[in-house]
Design a protein around this ligand. Structure first.
Ligand code: ADP
Ligand code: MG
Length: 417
């Protein structure tokens, strides 16, 4: 009896199992928007529902028995993703997945789901169960949104970068303008001081020289005469120095006339080339319609000689010196120049160039970087003083290793008669 009851119970259970397994099959088959597939422990597909066929294109006949890795993209296969997923699924709850899978037609399907292990009643690995849902449309929408956000961020970043660069450029420009004002003010202050000192020293030297001349006439002793003569020549050197300082301080006498710049340069050609020496080539770049300048001819000539000498000093191994004339129209007042027309002459060399520090002190009297006895530091001070006194300005453009251009702007004169 007991045996019969046990057999009946076993039969009922079998029937119940069969019914349950039918029910499961029905559920699995009706889940048409879910791909539900199983695979063997070595990763071959063992079952494939209607949903899997709808989502991934393969029929059960195509895919059952094939490696389930076939559903992975080449990149994922290269990265060993299928094996890693099987390993990860081993821990009870399985592994969540979200990735591109390969459709039978070669297209890619974005899907998310879960991979679980299947175990037999003895707890041995019986295979894997995968459940996937397709989200290609959502993924495409999300990707499009990302792309748009990225594009907007990039555009905004570009706009901000542009604005920032503009701001930096403006700040640099302001800084340059402020530096220029400071330098101009400094040189004005030095000129002012120099004017006072030069005036007083000139008076002293005039008295000293006058006294020495009177004494000289009164003595015959040759030794004393030699002493007096050397004192007189020292005082005369002093007077020359004072004259240079007065030129810087804009206190020299200037006889301004209408000065045709090209003629001036052409008349000086031989002198300039001789003073430059053989290793420096001088080129001329004279504008046909160069305006005449309103300036002192003698001072302008000595300025050009000064600039040429400096250019040659900056090219100890030779190089090229370009002397050019042009016309400059200043539309609005600048720090050191009133609006107007300016006859312009420039001297450009291919020499050593200058550091910012040297450039900032260029026009200071006695500023020199040359060795003792070679430079007086009065050349550009004189040029600057003469040009400023004439109502113009001097500009320097230079960078270490890139040569130097010194430009003189002088007020335009009416054409000479
Ligand atoms: P000096 O020639 O007696 O040194 P300047 O007043 O003529 O005095 O020049 C002052 C300084 O400016 C020079 O010692 C030199 O450092 C610099 N300088 C002038 N002109 C140039 C140039 N063309 N290239 C490089 N540096 C220059
Ligand atoms: Mg000089």
């Amino acid at each position: 009896m007991a045996l019969m009851a046990a057999m009946r119970a076993a039969l009922r259970s079998l029937q119940a199992d069969a019914a349950a397994s039918d029910r499961y099959r029905m559920i699995v088959e009706s889940a048409v928007d879910h791909a539900i597939l199983t695979s063997s422990p070595d990763g071959r597909v063992t079952s494939w529902n209607t949903g899997a066929q709808a989502i991934l294109g393969y029929t059960p006949e195509d895919i059952v028995g094939q490696p389930f890795a076939r559903l992975f993209t080449a990149d994922d296969i290269a990265a060993n993703v299928p094996a890693a997923e099987m390993r990860a699924a081993q821990d009870g709850t399985g592994v969540r997945t979200e990735r591109w899978h390969c459709h039978r037609d070669g297209s890619h399907v974005w899907s998310s789901g879960r991979t679980l292990v299947l175990r037999d009643p003895q707890g041995q690995l019986a295979g894997y169960l995968q459940i996937l849902r397709e989200h290609s449309a959502e993924k495409a929408a999300l990707d499009a949104l990302h792309a748009e956000v990225e594009a907007r961020v990039a555009e905004r970043t570009r706009a901000l970068t542009d604005a920032n660069e503009r701001l930096q450029a403006e700040l640099r420009e302001q800084q340059r303008a402020a530096d220029k004002i400071r330098q101009t003010q400094k040189i004005e202050a030095v000129a002012h001081l120099t004017a006072g000192v030069a005036h007083d020293f000139n008076n002293l030297l005039t008295t000293i020289l006058g006294g020495l001349e009177v004494i000289r006439r009164r003595i015959d002793d040759p030794n004393s005469l030699r002493l007096i003569d050397s004192a007189i020549s020292a005082a005369q050197r002093g007077a020359k120095l004072i004259a240079q300082l007065r030129a810087f301080a804009r206190q020299q006498y200037l006889a301004a006339t209408s000065l045709p710049m090209n003629t001036l340069v052409q008349d000086m050609r031989e002198l300039l080339e001789r003073s430059a020496g053989a290793s420096v080539r001088i080129e001329y770049d004279l504008a046909d319609d160069a305006w005449p300048a309103m300036a002192d001819a003698g001072q302008m000539r000595s300025a050009l000689l000064n600039l040429t000498a400096n250019a040659c000093d900056a090219m100890p191994d030779g190089g090229t010196l370009r002397i050019g004339t042009t016309n400059t129209l200043i539309a609005t007042d600048e720090t050191d120049l009133a609006a107007g027309d300016y006859a312009t002459i420039s001297v450009r060399d291919s020499g050593t160039g200058m550091t910012g520090d040297v450039k900032a002190r260029l026009f200071e009297p006695f500023f020199t970087t040359k060795e003792l006895g070679r430079g007086t530091g009065l050349g550009l001070a004189q040029v600057y003083g003469f040009v400023r006194q004439s109502g113009g300005t001097v500009r320097a453009c230079s960078e270490p290793g890139k040569g130097t251009t010194i430009t003189i702007l002088l007020p335009r004169a009416a054409e000479p008669d």
